[in-house]
Design a protein around this ligand. Structure first.
Ligand code: BEZ
Length: 397
C-alpha cells in the first residue's frame, strides 16, 4: 500500500505545484489592467423607449466588436439592467450595479429623469458614467463632474437650433406640446429661448404625462388656438402615435409641425405617410456623405439587419469615448485622472461628424435641419454649427 501510494502522492504534489503555478499565471493575467472590464448597461429594454435602448446597446457593441472585442486591451463583460424608463427605481438600480455587481463603468440611459438619478449615484460613488442619450440639461449643468460624460446632446441643443429655424420661417405664434418631464420641458425651454429672442411668442405650453399617448384633448386645443406652428418633443413609440394622430386630426396641412429630431428618428417605418415632409433638428441625419458615416451604416446594417438611427450613433460614440480613455491608460482604470484627461481631449470621429467635448463633458456639435423623405430624415442644412450647450450651473471640481 505504502509503495503503491507514493507515485500517487508524487503525482498529486506535482499537480498541486502546477495548479499553484498556473493560478499565479492566471492571477497575473487577471491583473487590474488585463481582467475584463465590467460595463453596467442601464437602459430601457421595455416600454416606449425600448427600441432606443436596444439601438444604443447595438451601437456600443458594434464599436467594441470592430476593435476586436477589446478597449485598451480589456475585454468587456456586460451587466445588463432594464431601467424601464422609471425614475422611481433609478437610484436603486444604479446603486445595485455599482455596489452589488461592482461595475467599472456605468453606461446609461435614455430617460432624463433616470439619468439624473444615475448621475447622483455616479457622483456619490465616483463611478465613471457615460450617458449615451438622455439630454437632461442638469447632467452637464449643476450635476457636472469629472467622472460624468455624455456622448449625445443636451435637451437645449436641438431645441435651441429649431427655435431659430421656426422664427426664420416667419412664424410669430407657436404652441408647444410635450410629455411633462425634464426632457420635454427643457426642450420647450430651449426652443422658446431662441424663438422669442428672434421676435416670436410661445402662446401656449401644453403637456401630457409621460408616457401617455392620448393626445385628443391637446389636438383640439391646438386646432382652436390656430397658431402659426407647433413645436413638440416626443420620442420612440409615443412619437409614432403623435405624428399619426396629428395627421389624422387634419392638422398636418394646416399648422406646420416642428420638433426635436427624436420625433422622426427610428420611427419612420411606423409613421408612414403621416411623417412625410416634417422638419426636425438633430445632431444626426440621413444623407451625410462622409466615409465614416457610410462605413458605420454598412457595418451596422450587416451586423443587426437594421438601419442605424441617432441612438445607435450615440451608443457607438460612447464606446469610442470609453476606448479613448482606456487606450490612454493601457486599460488601467486606476489611472483615473489620466483617463479622464484623455476623454476630455478626445476628438470623436463620429458618424454624425467629428466632435469634441465641452468643459462640462457634453458634445460640441453641428445640429442639422432634416426633412422626412420616405424612410429618411434627409439633411437640408446645418442649422447650428459647432453648437455648445451653455452648461448653466456647471462647476467642475
Ligand atoms: C430624454 O429623456 O432625455 C430623451 C428621451 C428620448 C429621446 C431624447 C431624449
Amino acid at each position: 500500500m505504502i509503495f503503491d501510494s507514493a507515485p500517487k502522492f508524487r503525482l498529486a504534489f506535482a499537480s498541486l505545484v502546477l495548479a499553484c503555478v498556473s493560478g499565479a499565471a492566471q492571477a497575473q493575467a487577471q491583473a487590474p489592467s488585463a481582467a475584463p472590464l465590467k460595463v453596467g448597461v442601464m437602459l430601457p429594454f421595455t416600454g416606449t423607449y425600448a427600441p432606443l435602448g436596444v439601438a444604443i446597446e447595438n451601437g456600443f457593441k458594434l464599436y467594441v466588436q470592430q476593435q476586436g472585442g477589446r478597449l485598451g486591451g480589456r475585454t468587456i463583460d456586460y451587466v445588463r439592467l432594464d431601467d424601464e424608463s422609471d425614475p422611481s427605481k433609478a437610484s436603486e438600480n444604479a446603486s445595485r450595479l455599482v455596489k452589488r455587481d461592482h461595475v467599472d463603468v456605468l453606461l446609461g440611459t435614455v430617460h432624463s429623469g433616470v439619468a439624473m438619478a444615475m448621475a447622483k449615484v455616479a457622483k456619490d460613488t465616483n463611478t465613471l458614467l457615460i450617458v449615451p442619450n438622455a439630454g437632461a440639461d442638469n447632467v452637464t449643468g449643476p450635476l457636472c463632474a469629472p467622472n460624468i460624460f455624455r456622448t449625445s446632446f443636451s435637451n437645449w441643443q436641438p431645441a435651441y437650433a429649431m427655435g431659430k429655424v421656426v422664427a426664420s420661417k416667419g412664424a410669430k405664434r407657436v404652441v408647444t406640446l410635450t410629455w411633462k418631464y425634464a426632457a420635454g420641458e427643457e426642450s420647450v425651454r430651449g426652443f422658446k429661448e431662441a424663438f422669442e429672442a428672434a421676435g416670436g411668442k410661445v402662446v401656449d405650453e401644453l403637456t401630457v404625462p409621460f408616457p401617455n399617448v392620448e393626445f385628443q384633448a391637446q389636438l383640439t386645443q391646438i386646432a382652436a388656438a390656430k397658431p402659426d406652428a407647433v413645436y413638440v418633443f416626443f420620442a420612440g413609440a409615443g412619437a409614432v402615435k403623435f405624428v399619426k394622430d396629428y395627421a389624422a386630426a387634419g392638422l398636418k396641412d394646416k399648422i406646420p409641425l416642428y420638433g426635436a429630431g427624436f420625433l422622426t428618428d427610428g420611427t419612420l417605418e411606423a409613421q408612414g405617410d403621416a411623417a412625410q415632409g416634417l422638419l426636425t433638428t438633430l445632431h444626426y441625419a440621413d444623407g451625410l456623405t462622409s466615409a465614416r458615416d457610410q462605413g458605420f451604416r454598412l457595418d451596422y446594417a450587416k451586423t443587426y439587419k437594421l438601419q442605424p438611427d441617432v441612438y445607435a450613433v450615440q451608443g457607438y460614440d460612447a464606446a469610442q469615448l470609453l476606448g479613448a480613455g482606456l487606450v490612454a491608460v493601457k486599460g488601467d482604470m486606476t489611472q483615473r485622472d489620466a483617463m479622464v484627461r484623455a476623454m476630455e481631449q478626445a476628438k470623436i470621429d463620429s458618424p454624425r461628424g467629428p466632435f469634441v467635448m465641452s468643459k462640462a463633458h457634453n458634445p460640441v456639435q453641428d445640429i442639422y435641419l432634416r426633412q422626412v423623405n420616405g424612410h429618411e430624415n434627409r439633411v437640408v442644412l446645418v442649422a447650428a454649427k459647432g453648437l455648445a450647450d451653455p452648461a448653466r450651473g456647471c462647476r467642475m471640481n
